[in-house]
Every structure is written in structure tokens, then in C-alpha cells.
Design a protein around this ligand. Structure first.
Ligand code: PRP
Length: 211
């Protein structure tokens, strides 16, 4: 038998939805569900192997060809870009990038250069470039909402899902940047070498998503 098709999964929320999708396709994901601390898990009846990784690393592993495919959020794809194929919008992991600031403040007022805190500097830079607006961007690693509250930034460009984090911290959306959802990606060489298997999997996924 050919070596298993290796799929890198973004750990956490997308992992759960992806496992749910694979099970809907009829694959036995017991090993993934009972993974303990293991990071590479077999799906024997699909001749597949799941690799659990952080979002940025999913792209790195797929780009380098050590994983044939990956499931990662469009947020990470837009931020990191890179050389791989984006094959399917999986429809789950829906959220958006948005510009937010302290409630009741007018973000666009005044003439000074605004400071923007974000985990996604490329997304933020491109958003403001598209407006022809010069901003200072400060990279923050997590809980970006803190930056305007502490007085470091005038606004944030971040992921908004339910909006609860913004609301509970006295912030509000100024403008939506772009919608986000989970995407199936593939290594460019794998897509050629394992075209039949990958296309068969894509077809099954698209059928399941259309139901
Ligand atoms: C993300 C994002 C927001 C929050 C938005 O953070 O950066 O903080 O989720 O979700 P909500 O609109 O449903 O409240 P995450 O949970 O990934 O944690 P992090 O900030 O530590 O990265």
C-alpha cells in the first residue's frame, strides 16, 4: 500500500471540526480522539495520517512537503501567504478580521499617525495600505485587546468570532476587514504525485459539505 496521505491539522477548534468532518466521510478517527500527547495519529481505513500542529506550522509543513495537505484558517493563510494550493473552503471556523477600538472613540478622527496592535502585522499593513493610511504597527502575541486598554494602541486588527471578547473589554468593531473560515490546502508537488487520492478526498469532502 502507498504511504499514508499526511494531513496537518491546526490544533484546537479547527481540529475538532476537521475530525467531525472526517468522521462524516466515514473514517475511523479513534486514534485522533484518543491521542493523549501523541502528535502523529493514524487513520488506517483512509490510509491517512493526521499531524497536529499550530496554525503557522501547518503552512510550514505543507509548504516544505513533509505534509501533503493541511487544514488551516484563512487568517493564517492571509498573514503568512506562501507556496501551496488552497483547495476547499471547509465552511467551519467562521469568523472575521476586524478593526476595533475603544467604544465611543472615533478611530478615524484626528491627524496623527495611528498605532495599531495586532497578531497579524501583514494583514493590518495591507488593510491600511489599501486605504492609503500610514499607521504604526505593533506586534502582540495574544489578547491583543489589552493594547488599546493599556494605552499602547489606538486600535487593533484581530479575529472576531462572537464579539464577546471585544464587548467584555469595552471595545467595538470599527470596520470589518475580511471574512475567515477553515481551508484545505495542499503541497504543490503532492498535488501532482498523489492527484488521484487527493482529488478523491476533495470530492468526498465537497459532497459532505453540500449535504
Ligand atoms: C481570538 C481573538 C480574540 C478572540 C475573539 O483569541 O484574538 O481575542 O478569539 O473571539 P470572540 O469574538 O468569540 O470573543 P484566541 O481565543 O485565539 O486567544 P489569543 O488572543 O490568546 O490568541
Amino acid at each position: 500500500m502507498a504511504k499514508p496521505l499526511r494531513i496537518a491539522l491546526t490544533k484546537g477548534r479547527l481540529e475538532k471540526d476537521t475530525v467531525g468532518l472526517l468522521e462524516r466521510l466515514g473514517y475511523d478517527c479513534t486514534a485522533v480522539r484518543e491521542k493523549g500527547r501523541r502528535l502523529i495519529l493514524p487513520i488506517p481505513d483512509g490510509n491517512m495520517e493526521v499531524v497536529l500542529a499550530k496554525a503557522n506550522d501547518v503552512i510550514t509543513y505543507v509548504e516544505h512537503g513533509v505534509c501533503d495537505m493541511g487544514v488551516v484558517g484563512k487568517d493564517t493563510i492571509i498573514e503568512m501567504q506562501g507556496k501551496f494550493f488552497e483547495l476547499v473552503d471547509l465552511g467551519f471556523g467562521r469568523c472575521k478580521f476586524a478593526l476595533a477600538c475603544k467604544k465611543g472613540t472615533d478611530f478615524y478622527s484626528g491627524f496623527g499617525v495611528k498605532c495599531i496592535a495586532t497578531k497579524y502585522p501583514n494583514v493590518a499593513r495591507r488593510f491600511f495600505e489599501s486605504k492609503g493610511m500610514d499607521v504604526d504597527i505593533v506586534k502582540i502575541e495574544g489578547s491583543v485587546e489589552l493594547a488599546p486598554l493599556l494605552g499602547l494602541a489606538d486600535g487593533i486588527v484581530d479575529i472576531v468570532e462572537t464579539g464577546v471578547t471585544l464587548r467584555e473589554n469595552g471595545l467595538e468593531v470599527v470596520e470589518d476587514v475580511v471574512p475567515i473560515s477553515a481551508r484545505l490546502i495542499a503541497n504543490t508537488v503532492s498535488l501532482k504525485l498523489r492527484q488521484t487520492e487527493i482529488e478523491a478526498l476533495i470530492q468526498k469532502i465537497e459532497e459532505a459539505l453540500s449535504k
